[in-house]
Design a protein. Sequence first.
Length: 141
Amino acid sequence: MSSPPPALQPHPMPRRQRLLDGFAVTASLLCLVHCLLLPMLLIALPVLATVLIVPEAFHAVAFAVALPTSFLAMASGRARHGRHQPAMLATVGLILLGLGAFAIEGEALERIVTSIGAVTLAIAHLLNWRALSARSATITA
């Protein structure tokens, strides 16, 4: 039995792409945990509030990591699967994260906007991952 022509041979999702999307999803979920669970833990255990102080720079650092990681993952994914939706959704998530980190005053509103941004960004990366997997599956079939 002969092998299929080069155009029909499977192109599995590159390792770099899987790593970028996996890292970005993990970072988004960690951001969500930070935004939702840490405050509940601090409320439940007031003793920790004096020990665990999250520096204000945390949000800037987290955003500085999310921005290029997401950009690279989305650009690479779009080049392979051709879908715009994951990148558009990631842009919305990043805008919300940026607003929550740098533009919103008031802890409650900041936490809500940042959490929605983190979830939106994680969903965008999952959609990117899924689109790449679907493309690999259709090429294999």
